[in-house]
Design a protein around this ligand. Structure first.
Ligand code: NG1
Ligand code: MG
Length: 540
C-alpha cells in the first residue's frame, strides 16, 4: 500500500537535530507511564501542530490552504491492557484521568467538553475507518498517556496534534502499521500459497485454515495510508463538536521537514511548496485563548453555517432550482454554476464569484426569517441532524444575524491568495521580490480576516501592528483567530532583532499583566521551520 503512516524505531528519524530534547521527553513520558500503569508502554505515536501560512477559513469551503507542520507535537504512549480505555495525561493535575468502554460505537459527549474527548473521537474514527475497509480488529482495552506541547486554543492546532497522534496510537496498538520486524515475525515470508488440491490427502483444509488465520493476522498488520488517515481524522473533530475543515489533520499527518504544503480537498492531497530562501516565519502568541468549545456557536461553527447559506443563496440567485441548491455544502460547490455563466478564462472565476456575491447577497446581515424565505425551507431542515449548526443558528441573533456577503467575499479572495502565494514560491522572480510579494499577500489576508470574516481581535491587531513596525514583511493571524497566534514573514538576517523588538513592545506588557512569565518568552515568540508529520514510534 502506498505511503503508509510511517513507523520508526529511532527518534532521529522524526526529530532530526532536536533528537536530544525529544529523547528526554520520551524518557519522562515512559517513566510516568510505568509509574501510573505498572508497565512500560508498548509503543508511542506523535503528531505535530501546524502553522497556516495562508488560506484561513476556507478549508471547510473546499478550497486549498498552505500550512506547514511544526516541531511542537503531541506524543501518546500506549499499551494494550484490561478491557477499558484508560486515558491519562502526563500533566495529571490539569488534565484528569478518564475511563471509557472499548465500544467504538459509543457517543462522544460534545456538550460536556472533556480533554479526553479528543482521544475518544480519534478512537471512534479509527474503528469507523477500519470497519469501512472490512479490517476492524476486535477492540482491545488500552492504557494511554498523552503529552502535548502545542499551546491550546492558540491557532496552532493542538486539536489535530492530539487527534492524529491518538489515532496512530490506536491503530498501532491494534497491530496496524506495526513495525516491519513485528510483521515479518508473524507472517513467514515463505508461507506456501500453492495449496494442495482438495481431497488430495495433503490436508488442503488445514492449509486453508492456516492461510485464513494468517490472513486475519495479516489484516491486523496491514498498513493505513496517510491519505486515508488524513481523511478519517478530519471527521473526528466533528465528534467533539467542531465543524472543522481538514487542513490541520492533513498537514499534521503529511508534513515534511523543509517544505510547506499546498493542501487540497475532496479528496484530500498535499503537494510540497518550497519556501523561498531567506524567508523565516515567526510565530507569536497574542496570549488570548480562543476556545472553540466555549465560543464555537457564535464564531467558528457559525462561520461554517454562514458560508453554506451563502453558497445556497448564490446558487438560487444564479438560477439553480431551490431544492437542488439546498443540497450544496460549500462555496466551492457553486463554482461550476458561476463558470457556466462565464465567457472569459477560468482564472476569472473567483472574480466572477465575488461579483456575484456583491450583486446577489445583501451587505447587511440576514435574520433567520429572511434566509428561510430566500431558500424556501427552514434552517432546521437544511441542517437537519447537525447539532453544532443548530446551536449556531440559535445563537446567531446574539451576534446580529447571518452575514453572507462578507463571508463569501473573504472565502473567494482568500482562495485566490493561496494560489498566488504558491505561485510566488514556485516562480522564478528574484528572492527579495518574492519575499515582498508574499508579505503583501499575507497582509491582504489579515485585512480580509479582520474586515470581512471578523475573526481577528484587539490583541491580535495590536500584536500585528507591533510586528509590522518591527520589520515584518507580512503579518497575520493563523488558525481560526479571535485570539491565538500570528505568523509573520521576516527576512532571515533580521529575525533576532525582530523578536527582540516584539518582546519589548508587546510581551513586556504581558509579563507585567501576569499573562506570561519572563522565563517562558521563547515559547510565545519563536522562529518556525517546517517539521516532520505524524509517526508511530516503536523504540529500540
Ligand atoms: P485551529 O484554530 O488551529 O484549530 C481551525 C480549523 C481549521 C481551519 C482553521 C481556519 C480545526 C481542527 N481546525 O484551526 O480546519 O478551518 O481554523 O483556517 O477546527
Ligand atoms: Mg483546533
Amino acid at each position: 500500500m502506498s505511503d503508509p503512516v510511517p513507523t520508526f524505531s529511532d527518534l532521529s528519524d522524526v526529530y532530526g537535530s532536536e533528537t536530544e530534547v525529544a529523547k528526554a521527553r520520551f524518557q519522562t513520558l515512559e517513566k510516568a507511564f510505568l509509574e501510573r500503569f505498572g508497565s512500560k508502554p508498548e509503543l508511542f505515536a506523535r503528531s505535530p501542530g501546524r502553522v497556516n501560512l495562508i488560506g484561513e477559513h476556507i478549508d471547510y469551503e473546499g478550497y486549498a490552504c498552505l500550512p506547514m507542520a511544526l516541531r511542537q507535537d503531541t506524543i501518546v504512549a500506549i499499551r494494550k491492557a484490561g478491557d477499558q480505555l484508560v486515558i491519562t495525561n502526563i500533566k495529571s493535575s490539569e488534565y484528569p484521568d478518564y475511563t471509557f468502554s472499548v465500544d467504538p460505537s459509543q457517543k462522544v459527549d460534545a456538550d460536556n467538553h472533556a480533554w479526553a474527548n479528543y482521544y475518544l473521537a480519534a478512537y471512534k474514527g479509527c474503528f469507523e475507518y477500519l470497519e469501512s475497509k472490512g479490517k476492524a480488529p476486535p477492540p482491545a482495552g488500552l492504557q494511554v498517556m498523552v503529552d502535548g506541547i502545542v499551546p491550546l486554543g492558540s491557532g496552532l492546532s493542538s486539536s489535530a496534534a492530539i487527534t492524529c497522534s491518538s489515532a496512530f496510537a490506536t491503530l498501532a496498538a491494534h497491530g496496524l502499521n506495526a513495525p516491519q520486524g513485528v510483521r515479518h515475525a508473524l507472517i513467514p515470508p515463505t508461507f506456501p500459497l500453492d495449496l494442495p488440491a482438495a481431497s488430495s490427502g495433503l490436508s488442503s483444509s488445514s492449509a486453508f485454515v492456516c492461510v485464513a488465520a494468517l490472513s486475519v493476522l495479516a489484516a491486523l498488520h496491514q498498513t493505513v495510508p496517510r491519505l486515508d488517515a488524513a481523511t478519517f481524522t478530519a471527521k473526528c473533530e466533528k465528534y467533539v463538536g467542531t465543524e472543522s475543515g481538514g487542513m490541520d489533520q492533513a498537514v499534521s499527518i503529511m508534513g515534511k521537514p523543509n517544505t510547506a504544503m499546498l493542501v487540497e480537498f475532496n479528496p484530500v492531497r498535499a503537494t510540497d511548496v518550497v519556501l523561498p530562501a531567506g524567508a523565516t516565519f515567526v510565530i507569536a502568541n497574542s496570549l488570548t485563548v480562543s476556545s472553540k468549545q466555549e465560543t464555537g456557536a457564535t464564531r467558528y461553527n457559525l462561520r461554517t453555517v454562514e458560508c453554506r447559506l451563502a453558497a445556497i443563496a448564490l446558487a438560487i440567485s444564479l438560477g439553480q432550482p431551490k431544492e437542488e441548491a439546498r443540497k450544496l455544502q460549500t462555496l466551492k460547490d457553486v463554482e461550476p454554476l458561476i463558470q457556466s455563466r462565464l465567457s472569459g478564462p477560468k482564472s476569472s472565476i473567483s472574480h466572477a464569484a465575488a461579483a456575484a456575491a456583491e450583486q446577489y447577497l445583501q451587505k447587511e446581515p440576514y435574520d433567520q426569517g429572511q434566509i428561510e424565505g430566500l431558500l424556501g425551507a427552514s434552517l432546521s431542515s437544511i441542517f437537519e441532524g447537525n447539532k453544532a449548526a443548530g446551536k449556531s443558528i440559535a445563537a446567531a441573533p446574539d451576534v446580529g444575524g447571518f452575514r453572507l456577503q462578507s463571508r463569501a467575499l473573504h472565502v473567494f479572495a482568500e482562495a485566490d491568495r493561496v494560489l498566488a502565494f504558491r505561485d510566488v514560491c514556485t516562480g522564478d522572480a528574484p528572492g527579495e521580490h518574492k519575499l515582498e510579494s508574499l508579505g503583501c499577500i499575507m497582509d491582504e489576508s489579515q485585512a480580509s480576516c479582520r474586515d470581512l470574516y471578523h475573526c481577528s481581535c484587539a490583541e491580535l491587531e495590536a500584536l500585528i501592528a507591533v510586528q509590522k513596525k518591527a520589520g515584518a514583511l507580512g503579518s497575520r493571524l493563523t488558525g481560526a483567530g479571535w485570539g491565538g497566534c500570528t505568523v509573520s514573514l521576516v527576512r532571515e538576517g533580521a529575525v533576532e532583532a525582530f523578536i527582540r523588538a516584539v518582546k519589548d513592545q508587546y510581551f513586556k506588557q504581558c509579563i507585567s499583566e501576569g499573562k506570561v512569565a519572563a522565563a517562558n518568552l521563547d515559547e510565545v515568540i519563536f522562529a518556525s521551520r517546517p517539521a516532520s508529520g505524524g509517526a508511530i514510534l516503536k523504540l529500540k
